[in-house]
Design a protein around this ligand. Structure first.
Ligand SMILES: [Zn+2]
Length: 276
């Protein structure tokens, strides 16, 4: 779902915030929406806020700040916001959450303890004393939709898993964070082996999505693949994953990831592709 507007992430704008510029306040993991459920403007949020630029929405600067006093409106999680507002507003709000959270947790120099300063025009801070440069970093993660051919005359099947944490009723895709020194492709093969004990062939890139749920700065990358051995059954460790099973693509469970997630886009595209 998209509303046709264009968000370009960025870290620099000349001049102060204008009264009509979109603005997001962040408190912990919550974001403030206006009483009408839409984004606030600077003029809607009087008070002393330390506004930082996060990019432009249709060439208009957008601002974010940590909460310094309660504002009128609704405090919502990013999950709720992404379910209610179309893209690119969910991505914009995810970036606001990330920038504010990151600045809050990167206040002091890790080498000499001096207070870091923003680097104008960059998503980065620098130590005025020792020069340490601290860029905002992303955490890449991989997701994979694994299929296998069904029995003779039956539809293909998709592997779905249930986690022991988070929304445990959901049937999700095999997923995990990329390790330092690892390619995205190697991360898929490793996670599939670790989580369900399978090997896969035909790994194909699907797309990506900035994701503000599992901590700020997560970049999800989606892949499709096929089971190397169609007869192999998944084995879970019982700790991170509690269940894994094959579902026929025309009989997927109802408890699937939300419509705004790349997990769901992958599952829907796999099911649609099988029907063609
Ligand atoms: Zn320093």
């Amino acid at each position: 779902m998209t509303d046709g507007s264009r968000f370009v992430p960025g870290a620099g704008h000349p001049g102060p915030p204008g009264p009509d510029h979109p603005a997001l306040l962040v408190a912990g993991r919550k974001l403030l929406l206006g009483p009408d459920g839409r984004l606030n403007r600077i003029a809607d949020l009087p008070g002393d806020h330390d506004w930082v630029p996060i990019g432009t929405l249709d060439d208009v600067p957008v601002w974010a700040a940590g909460r310094s006093k309660a504002g009128a409106g609704r405090w919502v999680s990013w999950r709720r916001l992404a379910a209610e507002l179309p893209e690119p507003l969910a991505a914009l709000a995810g970036r606001a959450l990330q920038v504010v959270t990151w600045r809050h947790s990167h206040r002091w120099c890790g080498a000499c303890r001096a207070e870091l300063a923003d680097v104008p025009g960059e998503s980065a801070r620098r130590c005025p004393d020792c020069g340490l440069y601290v860029p905002m970093r992303l955490s890449p993660a991989v997701l994979v939709a694994i299929t296998r051919p069904g029995a003779a005359g039956r539809p293909d099947e998709l592997l779905l898993v249930r986690h022991s944490y988070g929304p445990t009723e959901l049937w999700a895709l095999v997923a995990g964070f990329v390790e330092a020194g690892e390619t995205l492709e190697a991360a898929v093969h490793r996670e599939v082996g670790e989580e369900v004990g399978l090997t896969v062939d035909g790994l194909t890139y699907f797309g990506s999505q900035p994701w503000a749920m599992s901590g700020p700065g997560v970049l999800l990358t989606g892949f499709t693949a096929t089971a190397a051995d169609p007869a192999a059954e998944p084995v879970v460790d019982g700790r991170e994953l509690v269940q894994a099973r094959w579902f026929p693509l025309d009989a997927l469970p109802a408890e699937l990831p939300p419509a705004y997630s790349i997990s769901r886009w992958l599952i829907d595209a796999t099911a649609t592709g099988a029907r063609r």
